[in-house]
Design a protein around this ligand. Structure first.
Ligand code: ZN
Length: 73
């Protein structure tokens, strides 16, 4: 899902999520080693899933969003 990936981009830009040369991840200053970075347990994935669902719902709930209406013309 695109929103999911955008949240990871946000995490990188804000330096919440840093990938090191040795494939480790630094998340909010805490180092996670390669074997600890499974998608189902990693906290950055939790945030991406949780916030991604919320964001998708929010966007879908906006009626007649002008941007979407314009793109159909
Ligand atoms: Zn992810």
């Amino acid at each position: 899902m695109l929103i999911h990936e955008l949240i990871h981009v946000k995490q990188f830009i804000k330096k919440e999520l840093i990938a090191t040369d040795s494939k480790d991840i630094i998340w909010h200053g805490d180092r996670y080693y390669d074997h600890q970075t499974k998608p189902k347990t990693a906290p950055w994935e939790f945030e991406a899933h949780h916030d991604g669902k919320r964001l998708a719902k929010l966007i879908q709930s906006i009626p007649d969003m002008p941007l979407l209406a314009n793109s159909k013309e």
